[in-house]
Design a protein around this ligand. Structure first.
Ligand code: PLP
Length: 426
């Protein structure tokens, strides 16, 4: 995999800032950059086949439908789903989780039932369950994150006969991996949840661009991710629903294109995926997502990507460890082995100040609570800086980043502390 060549496929990297600085994009966890083939696919759709799907009995409409449905097959192959109709297009991860919360959980859960989450969930995989709990009387149970090791201790103890849903992230957008993959910890927990009669939802928003997802091996009942984190366009996402549950899940939206028959009084639904995709879907975006998957299949070897991103994490951690006043949040061993992001706090300096300074140097990082306020509070901070990588990032960019970070620390008057990082009051 030739990173420099791959980088040339992304038009955004050929632009420079006002100060003639190349973009250093370290915010792939927020959204990935798009290769030209994805942007071209959107333009091509609108310039040559724009029409609605599943309706028009004319050539354009048939082309649009064929292309749209071919992406469903591509996604199914990409995550190794057994049935194409298990793939539902949504607006993104957030919509996918709200979908299952409203259309399945609210229908089935009752007082006394438990929904098990980790303390590391993005708000997208927390707030919908809070509402389900309020509406049904079910209880939320959180598997704690160990503050020292950033791991989950004995998560299986939290799955009991009361558990009706395990809804957990595959990878945290703040601290990276939380599951011990060497012990198949996530897969084992899913198996335990099934043994106890619970259903499982996996938030794969962060994982999808960094590790091969095999849904049959993972064996969750639901899985969600966003197209834009997979180098596709915004406005499209994927919700996987295991075929055996298609009758149990109600449609989230009601309207055109999802019915078998309708009278003035009532309606019956078509089968999945139509049942779950009411109204005009994000056609161009789905086709753009298909182009992203084609690009990934052709150019990206996940094993090599893993190693590349882990090396970037490792070099960054080495650099950050030279600053005694910086505390890295995440399991450093795992980050060095298979990480794709590094979050950290700096004593006495607000991350927004550093991020704004880096922004003036055309370096894009994320600062804040990362839509995971409860986790950030568990880590006893208010805000963090996050550097997140994609296939297009290089070691030279990390060097520039570290130089600019040093300048920023000098500018904001932070002197190297001799305290142990662990004892920092951040
Ligand atoms: N879950 C995780 C772990 C995420 O990182 C994100 C976005 O950053 C989401 C859910 C929400 O994704 P989206 O905003 O694309 O719906």
């Amino acid at each position: 995999m030739d990173i420099i060549k791959i980088r040339q496929d992304f038009p955004i990297f050929s632009q420079k800032s006002g100060q003639n600085k190349s973009l250093i994009y370290f915010d792939t966890s927020a959204t990935a950059q798009k290769p030209a083939v994805v942007i071209d696919a959107l333009t091509r759709f609108y310039t040559s086949i724009n029409s609605n799907v599943h309706r028009g009995l004319y050539e354009l409409g048939e082309h649009a439908t064929t292309q749209y449905e071919s992406v469903r097959e591509k996604v199914a192959r990409f995550i190794n789903a057994q049935h194409t109709e298990e793939i539902i297009f949504t607006k993104g991860t957030t919509e996918g989780i709200n979908f299952i919360a409203a259309s399945w959980a609210q229908e089935y859960l009752k007082p006394g039932d438990e929904i098990v989450l980790t303390q590391a969930e993005h708000h997208a995989n927390l707030l919908p369950w809070q509402r389900v709990a309020q509406k049904t009387g079910a209880k939320l149970v959180f598997i704690p994150i160990d503050k020292e090791t950033y791991t989950l201790k004995n998560p299986e103890e939290y799955i009991t006969a009361k558990t009706k849903l395990l809804a957990v992230t595959y990878s945290s957008n703040v601290i990276g991996d939380i599951w011990d993959h060497s012990k198949q910890q996530l897969e084992n927990l899913i198996a335990r949840a099934h043994t106890m009669g619970a259903r499982v939802l996996i938030d794969a928003a962060q994982a999808v661009m960094h590790r091969r997802i095999d849904i049959q091996q993972l064996n969750s009942d639901f899985l969600v991710f966003s197209g834009h984190k997979l180098m596709g366009p915004t406005g499209v996402g994927v919700l996987y629903i295991k075929k055996a549950l298609h009758d149990d899940v109600q449609p989230y939206h009601l309207g055109g294109s999802m019915v078998f028959s309708v009278s003035f009084e009532q309606a019956t639904w078509a089968k999945s995926p139509q049942k779950f995709e009411a109204g005009t879907p994000p056609i161009a975006e789905v086709i753009g997502l298909g182009a992203a998957i084609d690009y990934i299949n052709k150019n990206i070897n996940f094993d090599v990507l893993h190693k590349h991103e882990a090396r970037l994490c490792s070099v960054l951690i080495d650099g950050l460890e030279k600053f005694k006043n910086i505390r890295i949040m995440g399991n450093k061993h795992w980050l060095r082995q298979h990480g794709h992001l590094v979050s950290f706090a700096i004593q006495d300096i607000h991350p927004h100040d550093i991020a704004s300074y880096l922004g003036t140097k055309n370096i894009a990082v994320r600062a804040g609570h990362h839509c995971a306020q409860p986790l950030v509070h568990v880590l006893e901070v208010d805000s963090l800086l996050r550097v997140s990588f994609g296939v297009y990032n290089t070691l030279a960019e990390i060097e520039t980043f570290l130089q600019e970070l040093t300048h920023a620390l000098e500018l904001f008057g932070n002197h190297v502390s001799h305290k142990s990082c662990k004892n920092l009051e951040l």
